[in-house]
Design a protein around this ligand. Sequence first.
Ligand code: NDP
Ligand code: MG
Length: 382
Amino acid sequence: MKNKIAILGSTGSIGTQALEIVREQSDKLEVELLTGNSNADLLIEQALEFKPNHIVIADETKYAQVKHALANEDIKVFAGSKAIAEIMDITSADTVLTAMVGYSGLLPTIRAIKNRKRIALANKETLVVAGELITKLCEENGVSLIPVDSEHSAIFQCLVGEDLDSIDKIILTASGGPFRGKSREQLAEVTKAQALKHPNWNMGAKITIDSATLMNKGLEVIEAKWLFGLKPKQIEAVIHPQSIIHSMVEFNDGSIKAQMGLPDMKLPIHYAFFFPYRIPSDFKRMSFSEVSNLTFEQPDLHTFKNLALAYDAMDKGGNMACMLNAANEIAVDAFLKDKIKFLKIADINEACMSKVQFVKHPTLEDYIQTDKEAREVAKSLL
Ligand code: NDP
Ligand code: MG
């Protein structure tokens, strides 16, 4: 029996790499559902190749174009953001890869969990915004979250066969991004083009900027807390510029396990699709004759204060991380539109965290309200 896959965000960086895997493993995987936001041309091309039963385009103005292009196909076409969540009630997909960007992944992921789908989680923002709620929903519905984020996949792989109580701490590695080693003065005038040039990974624009500000590592620290049920002090981040060690776990006997490999997101996506099995792949192998140097540094929390803000949000709990995420989405978008300078991203995030009302035990409605409020506050600070 083939594993039926739904890809939310199939037109993005993770989405297109996931489809490469489906292409390579077509005897084991088939596509049931694809969704995109505005890239109608690519979504149409993907639908014609992979023949899913359903597709959804979030941007409703593109509906007519998609519908027309697929008129001769046995593919049902839907449009609108709400449809991406609603389709979870009817799709027969077994596994849902959440590869949308930002807060937009939250409601579809909740709906997928309620429909007891297996979740391959790329959309880290879902756990950042509402980790407590998502964890509870997963428990209630007997759903497992299989991490796709490379660091979390690494930790997940290190934990196979281990008792979670034997973890002393986890160590998330970070490349440090394009501005590693720079001072605040040097960062004051960096451009969008420089920030978008990640040294090791080729990713969507939002996560690439998050990597440059270290917000990505901050989001990942919070993601790890919920995925592995850890206390904040058990989660460390270390800069490892070569991105060969994807992360590590230190156990209570002092032993450390690391998962390694070339920086290629196809590997964690592939692992998540087939877990608990390992399936042969022809991905490029790492050669120790080419990788001669693995180095480590402490992150500079003064210069890259987003990481410190994320630790702070994680310590405070409640809706704090939801606030931080919303502020960051607005600030990054503004930076990408040349409306603010690079250092202002973290300034907006910091200011927003003290201006939005704190809720200790948020409900889904509280998260939705917090997200809305934090976006408004962030916009007023641009
Ligand atoms: P991209 O920007 O490349 O792709 C995002 C996808 O989501 C696209 O299909 C896009 O549609 C769709 N999308 C964007 N906004 C909306 C919206 N409002 N409603 C519905 N769909 C939307 O992002 P990435 O693939 O880089 O990242 C996806 C997720 O995976 C993020 O959460 C990121 O943090 C995480 N991740 C990514 C990694 C990477 O290597 N790229 C590594 C680890 C995690 P369209 O293109 O049609 O507009
Ligand atoms: Mg990552």
